[in-house]
Ligand binder design. Structure first.
Ligand code: THU
Length: 125
């Protein structure tokens, strides 16, 4: 969160993605002058993990924190990326400023999700 590059929104977000072997991949949001190119903290963490060789759907949980004193829910784009790379059982942990947690599986945040297995020629990882 402290590394977030947020010159436009000034809204700092941090994410910590834990793989099933205990490795933590962290991420922050990185904004862009072409606003739609902004990368959320959750996607940064996932893209770092995959680019560093973590296997597909080998993740237990992701924690999300932000400047908001309340809970920060992942955006729709991140939910779909988490579906593909993390899978429906990924635990989404939202932490607020009082260190309270709200914990839900991705399947509760993205019901009836589009899944890569729907694509013809899909090869499971
Ligand atoms: N943002 C995240 O990084 N993750 C979320 O879960 C919600 C939104 C970022 C995107 C943008 O840089 C800023 O927060 C305001 O939308």
């Amino acid at each position: 969160m402290t590394r977030a590059y947020v010159p436009y929104s000034r809204f700092h977000v941090g994410a910590a993605l834990e793989s099933t072997d205990g490795t933590i991949y962290d991420g922050c949001n990185i904004e862009n002058s072409g606003f739609s190119l902004t990368n959320c903290a959750e996607r940064t963490a996932f893209f770092k993990a995959i680019s560093e060789g973590a296997p597909l759907r080998s993740f237990a949980r992701i924690v999300i924190v932000s400047d908001d004193p309340g809970f920060t829910a992942p955006c729709g784009a991140c939910r779909q990326v988490m579906q593909d790379l993390g899978g429906p059982e990924l635990e989404i942990i939202m932490a607020n400023a009082k260190d309270e947690l709200r914990i839900l599986p991705l399947r509760a945040l993205l019901p009836m999700a589009f899944d890569p297995s729907a694509l013809p020629g899909h090869h499971p990882a």
